[in-house]
Design a protein around this ligand. Structure first.
Ligand SMILES: [Zn+2]
Ligand SMILES: [Zn+2]
Length: 399
């Protein structure tokens, strides 16, 4: 039924690479990517799609309506770059100082545009709809959440039955391998802000002041004890205090001490628990010393959770499309975070990694995503495009 989709993708691989290189050479950061948006619109021009632009961000939502009724599938590709100055030396390297597609989102955008072309050519045979979600602002700006608020999940009329995203890696995974796992795929990343309020004074007379520094230090240590004593080792929590500031010199007790921690969790349960436990701990330790403390979490992205059934479907699809040996079941979640998690909170689906490490590099030592030297190989563009398209085709065919 879908025989030939890999050949069709291979036949347009040159165009996909050309689009990828154009986006790569002119990277844009954040929610406002007007040039990237224009490139996507040009690539989709002439295809039988309903195209919507975002209001609060330069997203592109394209809906392909099949000739026959059926369910809706969502495919997502993110479009934003990072504030990194490229040092890869590739011919299509960034021409923008301080901006680089160091996370491979240029690949995702080009593959998704290629999939739109392949699927549009099959419109007459399709039963159901495909939503193509071209998303800015993945790198910390929660672009996916804004697109959801602007209605991407309702763009075709009914809610998607399933949603899929592919993410390339410049290292770890060998070229062309697809990896994912059922359940938790990536961490939640939240930020804990703490300020211990004391009362400043002379360093020689601490009893006349209220010294916030030893109290803040005690809290930092107690947070690590909390992680090991209150959380299941098989549902891990990472707390890293990456910034700690207090005082000016040796003989002055400052008024306050402040620190910031990143808090990574791998289940919604641990995420809730760590928030309650950490805030309680901070306030109670400060209170125990007669001081006050302000503590608050700033929410980052939620846990990225692959639906069991949709993961199984995606695994089968990848194995049958690309070959059994091209899929590996990832043993552990990644400790990074992803805003596709907002989509997966509302729609069952799966997030898949695709190895794009250059064939002449060692995946174990090649520069990782976000590195100024990270290189993503064009060789996977055709198969990534075919995988996006095949996931939609099989889902609409009732798989
Ligand atoms: Zn990234
Ligand atoms: Zn990324």
């Amino acid at each position: 039924m879908t025989a030939g989709i890999r050949d069709e993708a291979a036949a347009i691989a040159g165009d996909i690479a050309e689009l990828r290189h154009a986006i790569h050479a002119e990277p844009e950061i954040g929610l406002d990517l007007p040039k990237t948006q224009q490139k996507v619109l040009r690539a989709l021009d002439g295809l039988p799609l309903e195209v919507f632009r975002g209001r609060g961000l330069t997203s592109v939502t394209a809906v392909l309506r099949g000739a026959h009724p059926g369910k809706t599938v969502l495919l997502r590709g993110d479009m934003d770059a990072l504030p990194v100055t490229e040092r890869t030396g590739v011919p299509y390297a960034s021409r923008q100082q301080g901006a680089m597609h160091a996370c491979g989102h240029d690949m995702h955008t080009a593959m998704l545009a290629g999939a739109a072309r392949l699927l549009a050519a099959r419109q007459a045979d399709l039963a159901g709809n495909v939503i193509f979600m071209f998303q800015p602002g993945e790198e910390g700006e929660a672009g996916a959440r804004i697109m959801i608020e602007e209605g991407v999940l309702d763009a075709a009329g009914d809610r998607p039955a399933a949603a899929f995203a592919i993410h390339v890696g410049s290292s770890v995974l060998p070229l062309g391998l697809v990896a994912s796992r059922p359940g938790t795929a990536m961490a939640a990343a939240d930020t804990l802000h703490v300020t211990v309020r004391g009362r400043g004074g002379h360093g020689s007379q601490p009893h006349l002041a209220a010294d916030p520094i030893p109290v803040a230090c005690e809290i930092v240590t107690a947070l690590q004890a909390m992680v090991t004593r209150r959380f299941d080792v098989f549902d891990p929590v990472v707390v890293t205090v990456g910034s700690f500031h207090a005082g000016t010199t040796d003989n002055v007790i400052p008024d306050d001490a402040a620190f910031v921690a990143t808090v990574r969790t791998f289940s919604p349960q641990s995420r809730d628990l760590v928030k309650h436990a950490a805030l309680h701990l901070v306030r109670q330790i400060a209170a125990g010393h007669g001081l006050g403390a302000e503590a608050a979490f700033a929410d980052g992205y939620p846990v990225t959770v692959n639906d069991q059934a949709e993961f199984g479907f995606a695994e089968r699809t990848a194995r049958e499309l690309l070959g059994d040996e091209r899929f590996i079941a990832a043993p552990f979640p990644l400790t990074g975070s992803e805003d596709f998690s907002y989509v997966l909170e509302q729609v069952p689906g799966a997030f898949l990694m695709l190895g794009a490490c250059p064939p002449d590099a060692d995946p174990a030592t090649a520069p990782y995503n976000h590195s100024a030297e990270a290189v993503f190989d064009d060789a996977v563009l055709a198969d990534g495009t075919a995988l996006y398209a095949e996931l939609a085709l099989r889902k609409l065919a009732g798989d």
